[in-house]
Design a protein. Structure first.
Length: 201
């Protein structure tokens, strides 16, 4: 893999947890990775790490627990994907409840990296999570994934359309590609900048 923005940082897989309010020690800023089950969260995490730590599955929806990674000064919490998943309705409902409870009950969250496929319009499930994020009031950085799948002109047009659809400031929306590395360094730098601000607050 090509080096990522966190390649030089120590990365520890802390564990997988079913409890949305699990206490992590030491207390550090926490960022959650949120998105549909087929949006490419594991691939983006590996691109950030510059190494294959998060398991990439051919079957969307395999992340059933909160997978926690500790880096120098902060945690990344990889959440179950929402929306389409080749699992039972009961299991999918359990995943959804875990995400909802974490957003509503976890008091230690610092921000959200919200992954959306650049090629797709926001789904009803995306809108549901947008409402939950707005209710919680957490800082959100939207990472538009799979940007390499579109030629440059279409990519820029979709970026403008999604900025409008998501009602987010342009500086909070980042084009990314885990395949080409587009936007990966910028995404990592944004997380590190927020972590630095939290450390001096």
């Amino acid at each position: 893999m090509r080096p990522g923005p966190f390649s030089a940082l120590p990365v520890e897989f802390v564990g997988s947890f079913p409890n949305p309010t699990v206490r992590l020690s030491p207390t550090l800023p926490e960022f959650i990775m949120l998105g549909r089950s087929n949006v490419g969260k594991s691939s983006l995490l590996n691109a950030l790490f510059g190494r294959r730590l998060a398991r990439v599955s051919d079957t969307p929806g395999r992340t059933a627990l909160i997978n926690v990674y500790r880096l120098a000064g902060f945690y990344l919490l990889d959440l179950p994907g929402y929306g389409f998943a080749r699992v039972s309705h009961r299991e999918r409902d359990r995943y959804q409840k875990l995400v909802r409870d974490l957003l509503r009950q976890r008091t230690t969250l610092t921000g959200v990296v919200w992954l959306l496929d650049l090629r797709r319009d926001p789904s009803p499930e995306d809108q549901e999570h947008a409402d939950m994020l707005a209710e919680r009031g957490l800082p959100v950085l939207a990472a538009l994934t799979k940007a390499d799948k579109l030629p440059y002109a279409q990519r820029q047009r979709r970026l403008r359309e999604l900025i409008q659809a998501l009602a987010l400031p342009p500086e909070q929306v980042q084009l990314t590609s885990s395949t080409t590395g587009l936007g990966i360094n910028e995404l990592g730098e944004s997380l590190l900048a927020v972590t630095a601000r939290e450390g001096t607050a």
